[in-house]
Design a protein around this ligand. Structure first.
Ligand code: ADP
Ligand code: MG
Length: 286
């Protein structure tokens, strides 16, 4: 990979000159971190290896995601899917290989908070919301964690921030629950709230590790609708086992990555990977 001049996320306030930035159309006027996607990738992993006591959880993983793409990643337990997200979010350092956000942001050199600031939001399996605070306050607190909003929040919630909060509440379909305590929400609602909290930080890339786990079928389809609505506002990588959910997200043309043994086993449309003999043997069964 060519290494251009290193540019990290910059905080440019009140810039409307960013029509291609993350989370446009949701009422915010702040520019997200500058990520150079001129070569057509938002995330680029090359030959990544991670070993735990000699066991290779990732073993030459190479994967790239295009800007705006919603990539589903499937594969058997132990394939290394969570470890891959750990590498991307900075929780785990790879033993070898590279991981870049855009062309220039070397994820293997950044710590977790810096990676979050650079534009990667990660949703863990268990929802982590502030149970004793109302829904809207959860979103406000998440927004305050993003320094790009600080100026507008210094005094009180100004109009742009308020508009962003309301748009996000609508997007996660929790308008009618805005004043309820987060702890009173259903599991599916909490998961949507947590995604809303990540959106307040204007991520360029969202990582979701088994977001539909533990959800009812109806909650799962609501989540699919939400992620579908986020298309074009941020890139997403979704690890999931629920094949109905994957089918809803990938549609007929979306690219699906199948991981096994710490590397990519197959990649293609869901239809194509489901017909792949290696995928049938190692994951889907007959
Ligand atoms: N911190 C760790 N220490 C030791 N082994 C680990 C650790 N994290 C993951 N592993 C092992 O690495 C492999 C891949 O795990 P993981 O990335 O969680 O797979 P997946 O998410 O695809 O189920 C598994 O065999 C797991 O036991
Ligand atoms: Mg996992």
């Amino acid at each position: 990979m060519r290494s251009h001049e290193q540019r990290t996320a910059s905080a440019v306030e009140n810039s409307e000159a960013n029509p291609n930035g993350a989370v446009t159309g949701l009422g915010h006027v702040l520019e997200p971190g500058v990520i150079d996607v001129s070569h057509g990738t938002i995330l680029y992993l090359d030959d990544v290896t991670v070993s735990f006591d000699g066991f290779r959880a990732l073993d030459g993983l190479t994967l790239s995601i295009a800007p705006g793409e919603l990539r589903c990643v499937i594969g058997p337990n132990g394939a290394g899917k969570t470890t891959m997200m750990d590498v991307v979010s900075g929780k785990t350092r790879p033993d070898s290989g590279s991981a870049f956000l855009g062309q220039t942001i070397d994820l293997t050199r950044l710590r977790e908070p810096a990676i979050a600031t650079a534009g990667i939001g990660r949703k863990f399996q268990k929802p982590t919301v502030f149970e004793n605070h109302p829904v809207w306050e959860n979103l406000e607190l998440a927004m305050k964690a993003d320094k790009r909003w600080l100026a507008s929040l210094r005094a009180r919630l100004d109009r742009a921030a308020q508009a962003k909060l309301e748009a996000t509440l609508a997007l996660i379909d929790l308008e009618s629950a805005a004043y309820r305590l987060a702890g009173e929400l259903s599991h599916g609602q909490k998961q949507r709230l947590e995604i809303g909290m990540l959106l307040m930080q204007q991520p360029a890339l969202l990582l979701l590790d088994e977001p539909a786990a533990g959800m009812t079928d109806q909650e799962t389809m609501e989540l699919a609708r939400l992620l579908d609505a986020l298309r074009g506002t941020c890139s997403m990588m979704v690890v999931e086992h629920d094949m109905a959910f994957v089918a809803a997200l990938a549609g007929e043309t979306g690219m699906v990555t199948v991981m096994a043994d710490g590397r990519v086993l197959a990649e293609g449309t869901l239809d194509a990977v489901k017909r792949d003999e290696r995928v049938i043997v190692s994951y889907l069964g007959r």
